[in-house]
Ligand binder design. Structure first.
Ligand code: FAD
Length: 316
């Protein structure tokens, strides 16, 4: 079932989770162990992130270096199918521009369609580790909107091969990313919002936000979106803090602020277990306020800490 149909049929805010494919070599059981405590809370859908290949330089016996391509977390599409099969829940694979040319993208979409997956979250992806800025693959897409247009084409039965007769239409529901604190490359919020509006005007069914720790940033983002005519549901993305390193890592990696009240509580903590308690309490407070405000879905980034999220959801 499509995410947008879940939202339209719901009478109260839904719950959804984002998970990462396991590190290569870990096996699917580690993922099921992660998901088991979360599934009790009947999520409407589960998002599975996509992780592109990286280039690393490995030192050889003779002291020279060899460039090696590695992919740490493969398997997004098949994990989506496995989760649907095991838990009977809808899944949303993330699909990125980075590392794909348009033919590979089409193949990925055809595979998802064969697997019975009705949803995709369409993203550009970040720069590869060895690149200064995002570089599209030769013959690939530069922005998320270009990828979205390719999904639209398949939904209309238009494949890359010209003149394909009686081609079947896919029916993907399309989500896109939004940034309550601005995407780090955008020169200003207005420009970022205008490009977000273009994604919605091109056919995105809903927006999922980057994580934020200050609900007022989400509320003001939603207001700004509504003012420029973005009417689709805007799903807040939520994450618990659980270790002291996140005080500097989260702002650095995700270009977001931690509110003073949260950062000063974290700084008082002597152990990560204490930070976990602070994070859980903060997340519960955020979630309750958002739920009361009638958000369409509470979407939790569960990386590494499913139990904190499961506990918070059980208290809502
Ligand atoms: P876009 O919408 O293409 O925007 C990128 C930047 O370009 C923005 O600054 C925008 O303002 C600007 N822009 C957009 N269109 C144009 C244009 N036509 N001309 C000029 N500028 C333009 N990354 C992964 O690799 N895997 C994942 O699974 C993943 N999941 C994510 C889930 C969520 C909910 C979010 C919020 C992010 C996720 N990301 C993921 C990270 C995401 O790929 C990065 O934030 C990336 O840098 C931007 O992706 P986007 O889809 O927002 O890009």
């Amino acid at each position: 079932m499509k995410v947008i149909d879940h939202i339209n049929q719901a009478t109260e805010p839904l719950i959804s989770f984002e998970i990462l494919p396991p590190l290569k070599g870990k096996g699917i059981q580690s993922l099921y162990q992660h998901l088991d405590p979360l599934m009790e809370h009947k999520p409407a859908f589960i998002n599975v992130t996509y992780h592109r290949s990286e280039h690393v330089f490995k030192k050889k016996a003779d002291g020279t270096f060899e460039k090696v391509v590695i992919r740490k977390r493969p398997g997004t599409e098949s994990i989506c199918a496995a989760i649907m099969n095991k838990y009977n829940v809808d899944t949303v694979p993330h699909l990125i521009c980075g590392g794909f040319n348009i033919n590979e993208t089409e193949d990925a979409l055809i595979n998802l369609n064969y697997l019975g997956i009705d949803n995709v979250l369409v993203l550009r992806g970040d720069a590869a580790k060895n690149e200064a800025g995002f570089e599209p693959e030769p013959g690939g897409h530069k922005y998320a909107i270009d990828l979205l247009n390719q999904v639209n084409n398949l939904n209309a039965g238009i494949y890359l091969e010209e003149g394909l007769k009686n081609s079947s239409k896919t029916k993907f529901c399309i989500g896109v990313a939004g940034y309550p604190e601005k995407h780090f490359e955008a020169p200003n919020m207005d420009s970022d919002l205008q490009y977000l509006k273009k994604k919605v005007d091109a056919g995105a069914d809903y927006i999922v936000t980057q994580m934020f720790f200050d609900n007022s940033k989400y509320f003001s983002f939603v207001n700004s979106c509504r003012e420029i005519g973005i009417t689709v549901p805007i799903i807040p993305g939520l994450k618990p803090v659980y270790n002291i390193k996140q005080l500097t890592m989260l702002p650095k990696i995700f270009s977001i602020d931690l509110p003073t009240a949260l950062s000063s509580e974290m700084m008082k903590c002597k152990t990560d277990a204490e930070v976990e308690n602070v994070g859980a309490e903060w997340l519960l407070h955020q979630s309750k306020e958002l739920k009361k405000a009638g958000v369409p879905v509470l979407h939790y980034y569960t990386l590494g800490k499913p139990n904190i999220v499961a506990d918070v959801v059980s208290k809502l």
